[in-house]
Design a protein. Structure first.
Lengths: 126, 521
């Protein structure tokens, strides 16, 4: 059991790292009181998923998936599909961050705070 | 390529492109948003009708984007089948109808209508897509549209509610994306049809790829549980529904979670398949348990709410729990019941939130206690609300009844007594919170303290003579803002259609036959 786990860690350490990064992002999202830092946590969480997809596409000894101009066989390539997925997901992530920051700016303008606990107190008073 | 095959792409592209028009026109004109949106949504309804006609004739209309016909599995497909056509019919008709409310009730402004069209385009895309990654993109477009719509309210509360939904919704969509990644690792495909064929083979081989598939299912289910608002991941929904502007809540309550629940059903039945869920240990049990617990927790929380919009929001948690539990039954009848309940719940909840909006505008009340004596002062609105509540409980003939009926029959067929019990329990619990509101509206006399507008009327009437009151009718009863005829017509139309849908059970069953027989063969 332990041997198997060590074996997996030695060969698939990238995946393990991604999930650690994901956990860090999620912890930041839940535990941090600052709204901007929460949003950074969301970003970290998403970035971990992007890295996971890039790791999935990796091929041992493969090169970048670009076909040469003369159309010759480029040989072993990394899978291009996950890269395309990640590019799209990054664009989506940027849009989400922009909307989230706009909302935070509005919350700050209305309540004068960025901290969740203070926000709760202010709202409870109203 | 026939004209019907172009329609799926047009139905998505047109609203998203038209979303830019109100903003562009806003450079010269102030209030063009409503007209542009009305024109577009009516066009979408017509397009959906044409598409439905084509689907009726040939069961399936497929549009492959970008000319990637071969090799299959890479090009993004848009698929219109009976299930997705029914959902986009709900989306387009509701989006067009609710404009009757927002014309006078607001929110106003060209940017609002740009967001409205973007949301509608995203919802149609989410319904039509035949590619699991494309589904993620549309899930996020719908999310972005919804966050913008919720925060279009004036109060600061709406921004907080929108941010809460943004963080939770992003996590939900991201978990779904991880699940898609696992599916891609196990099968190398993203197209739903290809995945649907590959997954049984991979599952039969077993080994580590089967583990990947199971992990993928788990991530996708939890991701959708957030988007559909299943207990205990529902916490964004009451805040979002309560603090969104009155004109927006019917739209998001009727459509956003409904289309997410549709997407969950699509992935469960078309991608994973009945066989996979039935053979995976505990998968069916977990799906049924999540649904059943949501029914009970959602209804119980609804009973104790004071704010009417919040009560309806918790009611949505419980009604979607019923749909998820019905998915878990894995029988043809229960699946049809779940689909009918999705449509019926969308119609009824749109109506109830429109009613809550109309009452808030005309009468200025928002809590259950303040609804006292409403039937005397606002007979039309109170009558429509009562009709919709009775339909939601599931008293025949109504949209709520046929959905629950099919779910219960399907559960009994599969001998899943827990689901049958949950259907019965959900009816009782729905009765509990509906009866509370009905009792307030019809049997509790309005106390002068509780409805200040009522006393205002009395003094006005006493001082200025009753002639003014009779001439101006119910609109001027101490309300600062008027209720437009469009709002009332919309409310009555939704109430009537909720009842009429109760007679459409057989027709819907037949319409869905090509889809369900393909899933269960």
């Amino acid at each position: 059991m332990i041997e198997g786990a060590v074996d997996v860690l030695a060969t698939r350490y990238a995946y393990a790292l991604m999930f650690v990064l994901m956990g860090v992002g999620m912890y930041m999202m839940i535990a941090n009181q600052n709204l901007v830092k929460k949003l950074i946590g969301v970003n970290l969480f998403q970035t971990a998923i992007f890295l996971f997809f890039v790791a999935v596409a990796y091929v041992e000894g493969g090169r970048a998936p670009i076909v040469p101009a003369d159309g010759s066989d480029p040989g072993l390539m990394a899978s291009p599909l996950p890269h395309v997925i990640v590019l799209t997901a990054i664009v989506v992530g940027i849009a989400l961050t922009a909307v989230g920051l706009a909302l935070i700016v509005r919350i700050h303008a209305e309540y004068g705070t960025l901290r969740e606990d203070t926000l709760r107190e202010v709202r409870a008073d109203e | 390529m026939s004209s019907a095959e172009l329609l799926p792409a047009l139905l998505i592209a047109v609203p998203i492109l038209m979303a830019a028009v109100p903003i562009a026109l806003g450079l010269w004109f102030d209030r063009t948003g409503w007209s542009v949106t009305a024109l577009t949504t009516v066009g979408l309804v017509a397009g959906t009708a044409y598409l439905a006609n084509a689907v009726y004739a040939q069961d399936r209309v497929v549009h492959v984007l970008g000319g990637w016909d071969t090799p299959q599995g890479i090009g993004i497909e848009l698929v219109a089948d009976p299930f997705s056509t029914l959902i986009i019919a709900l989306v387009t008709v509701t989006a067009a109808g609710l404009l009757a409310y927002t014309r006078v009730g607001g929110p106003r402004g060209n940017t609002f209508y740009a967001g409205y069209l973007l949301l509608v385009g995203g919802l149609i895309g989410l319904s039509l897509t035949g590619d699991v990654f494309n589904m993620f993109v549309f899930l996020e477009i719908v999310g972005l549209g919804t966050y913008a719509m919720i925060s279009s309210g004036d109060g600061p509360e709406s921004a907080v509610a929108a941010l809460k939904y943004l963080i939770l919704g992003t996590v939900g969509a991201s978990l779904y994306l991880i699940g898609v990644g696992f599916l891609f690792m196990a099968t190398g495909a993203l197209n739903m049809e290809v995945l649907g064929e590959a997954i049984p083979q991979v599952a039969a081989e077993g080994g580590s790829d089967l583990t990947l598939l199971r992990a993928g299912f788990a991530f996708i289910f939890v991701g959708f549980a957030i988007k559909v608002a299943q207990w205990p991941l529902h916490t964004w929904q009451p805040d979002a529904y309560q603090h969104a502007p009155d004109g927006v809540t019917p739209l998001i309550a009727a459509l956003v979670s409904t289309v997410s629940a549709y997407a969950l059903g699509r992935v469960m039945f078309d991608v994973f398949g009945v066989e996979f869920i039935a053979t995976t240990p505990y998968a069916q049990e977990i799906v049924v348990t999540v649904g059943a617990v949501s029914v009970i927790a959602g209804s119980t929380l609804a009973v104790i709410q004071r704010d009417v919009k919040r009560m309806f929001a918790y009611s949505s948690v419980s009604q979607f729990g019923l749909v998820v539990a019905a998915y878990g039954a894995l029988t043809e009848t229960a699946l049809v019941g779940a689909i009918i309940h999705l449509i019926g719940h969308g119609v009824m909840k749109a109506g109830l939130f429109v009613a809550a909006g109309v009452i808030a505008v005309s009468y200025g009340v928002r809590t259950v206690d303040e609804y006292a004596g409403l039937a005397d002062n606002r007979p039309f609105v109170a009558g429509s609300t009562a009709l919709l509540l009775i339909a939601l409980i599931g008293i025949p003939p109504s949209a709520g009844f046929i959905g629950k009926w099919y779910i219960a029959v399907g559960a009994v067929e599969a001998e899943l007594w827990s689901i049958a019990a949950v259907v019965f329990l959900s009816t009782m619990l729905t009765l509990a919170y509906s009866a509370r509101l009905l009792e307030k509206m019809y049997f509790t006399p309005a106390a002068p303290v509780e409805s200040p507008h009522g006393t205002g009327v009395a003094t006005d009437g006493g001082g200025g003579g009753s002639g003014i009151l009779i001439d101006s009718g119910r609109f001027t009863r101490g309300s600062p803002e008027d209720v437009s005829l469009g709002m009332l017509a919309l409310l009555v139309a939704i109430a009537i259609s909720a009842v009429l849908l109760g007679f459409a059970g057989g027709a819907l069953f037949e319409w869905l036959e090509p889809f369900t027989s393909e899933v269960f063969n």
